[in-house]
Design a protein around this ligand. Structure first.
Ligand code: NAD
Length: 484
């Protein structure tokens, strides 16, 4: 793909690569330079309707192919994705601002996930239940038909590819809507799917959330929606869907995740983890970022100093270079939101100990650049401790007894991940069980382990993904009673 003003990309609807019916286009901006690098169609409700109709027509035959043939098709998508990985990476770096070293993991994860679900077909099995003697009571799993997938900007290719594989493997056709600020890589995925999958099985519909996204939420033939994004949008989707009919909606949402450091922890590892867990290579734009660092009183001052020393080592720069360990924030809107949180935190009394400004130097005059930022002496009442920033801002908080640490950890409306650092297995397990979050690391941080269910408590979500649970969530259970 040649990036620039002439780069007009297409969606995939019913097996055809196409512009939108409105003829309107959305620009993609490189957040490192603010240059236009391409355009994608601004889909309207009529495009979503065409995609939903194509998917409705396509899924019965796709399902009837059986698990072996569907699995082989997914493996071929994976092969082609891998074959185009250099092109995808170049596009994704320019479109998202995420560093190339971090993004390599995304393409690998997409390939792995397609292959993983390709091999899970035989798990689409049912049960027999001994409800009455002499008869057969059995369950079978059936696809919903059409699944609507709406995904955010931080991992566009991974979400388009990895997070549609399970729905396809379960026998559904998919309508996926990539994020409007970083949609380009998904159009490569669309080209691959056009080559490999029967028409209508995968539909890639680009456009704005309020138009294409809302049209997916409202489409009466899309009975199952899988959303990744913010809680505000999630609630809007639930409302729009409820206006039309009853839908199955799973939600992978944001986090305000605590990392709790006990005095007996391996402190050097914990300090490294505090920085790694913030995912600065994604500018902190990761749902699982441990953006609240809860440090015991006895360690506090030295810990803050050591964390800041590590943050100073972050190499902000052109995200296409392997040497850069942090890039620009994804979009102007996200940049403004994050910068505003710097001011809010200062006004609320948090102590700025690093960053909080546009970096100096020739490469940073244009683009959405912010230094990695650390606030100390953050308290639970402050907005910076309560609200998801989704940017490179770490808040450090102090606690003096374990109950207080737990209270702080649980004081937010989110419950996605938590990281606990201690040498005592009893403390670790007690804390793990009492933190109201869906994904806990003990003496670890950041990693999504393959095949392990990921998802949140509270406003962080509904349902679990990245696992067998995800594939089964794209099926309905039918009971058949055979009276012998
Ligand atoms: P967002 O909610 O603004 O947008 C997500 C997607 O929803 C985009 O494709 C957008 O176009 C679409 N959308 C927007 N309005 C819509 C509407 N009214 N109806 C239907 N669709 C609509 O989120 P974002 O800013 O792109 O991403 C950041 C959020 O995503 C953060 O909260 C982050 O924590 C969350 N996230 C969660 C996970 C997870 O696995 N839990 C992973 C990544 C990101």
């Amino acid at each position: 793909m040649k990036l620039g003003e002439d780069n007009k990309r297409l969606m995939l609807i019913g097996g055809e690569l196409t512009a939108s019916q409105t003829g309107e286009w959305l620009p993609s901006i490189n957040p490192a330079t603010e240059e236009v690098i391409g355009y994608t169609p601004a889909a309207a409700a009529s495009d979503v309707d065409a995609a939903a109709k194509a998917a409705t027509q396509a899924w019965p035959a796709w399902n009837a192919l059986g698990v072996e043939a569907r699995g082989e098709a997914l493996r071929e998508v994976a092969r082609q994705l891998k074959a185009r990985s250099d092109e995808i990476l170049a596009v994704e770096v320019a479109d998202t601002g995420n560093t190339i070293s971090a993004l390599k993991g995304d393409v690998d994860a997409a390939v792995w996930s397609l292959n993983h679900y390709a091999g899970l077909g035989y798990e689409l099995k049912g049960e027999t239940i001994p409800a009455t003697p002499g008869n057969l009571h059995l369950t079978v799993r059936e696809p919903f038909g059409v699944v609507g997938r709406i995904v955010p900007f931080n991992h566009p290719i991974m979400f388009a590819a990895a997070r549609t594989a399970a729905a396809l493997m379960a026998g559904n056709a998919v309508v996926v809507k990539p994020p409007e600020t970083s949609p380009l890589s998904a159009t490569i995925f669309a080209e691959i799917c056009q080559q490999v999958l029967p028409p209508g099985v995968m539909n890639v519909v680009t456009g704005l959330g309020r138009d294409a996204g809302d049209a997916i939420a409202r489409h009466p033939d899309i009975k199952r929606i899988a959303f990744i994004g913010s809680p505000g949008t999630a609630r809007q989707i639930q409302k729009s869907a409820a206006d039309v009919c009853v839908k199955h909606i799973s939600l992978e949402l944001g986090g305000k995740n605590p990392m709790i450091v006990f005095p007996d922890a391996d402190l050097e590892r914990a300090k490294d983890a505090a920085v790694r867990g913030m995912n600065f290579a994604w500018q902190g734009q990761s749902c699982g970022s441990t953006s609240r660092l809860l440090v015991h009183d006895s360690l506090y001052d030295e810990f803050v100093e050591s964390v800041v020393a590590r943050v100073r080592q972050i190499r902000l720069g052109n995200p296409a270079l392997e040497t850069s360990t942090m890039g620009p924030i994804n979009s102007k809107a996200q940049y403004d939101k994050v910068c505003n949180y710097v001011e809010v935190a200062k006004a609320d009394g948090a102590r700025l100990v690093h960053g909080g400004r546009r970096p100096e130097g020739a490469g940073f005059q244009r683009g959405y650049w912010l230094e990695p930022t650390v606030f100390a002496d953050v308290t639970s009442q402050m907005r910076i401790a309560q609200e998801e920033v989704f940017g490179p801002i770490l808040s450090i908080m102090r606690w003096s007894d374990a109950k207080q640490a737990l209270d702080i950890a649980n004081s937010v409306e989110y419950g996605l991940t938590a990281s606990i650092w201690t040498a005592d297995i009893g403390t670790a397990m007690q804390t793990a069980r009492q933190v109201r979050s869906g994904y806990i690391w003990i003496n670890g941080v950041g990693t999504h382990f393959r095949g392990v269910p990921f998802g949140g408590y509270k406003n962080s979500g509904v349902g679990r993904e990245e696992s067998l649970d995800e594939m089964l969530s794209y099926t309905e259970t039918k009971v058949i009673n055979i009276m012998l």
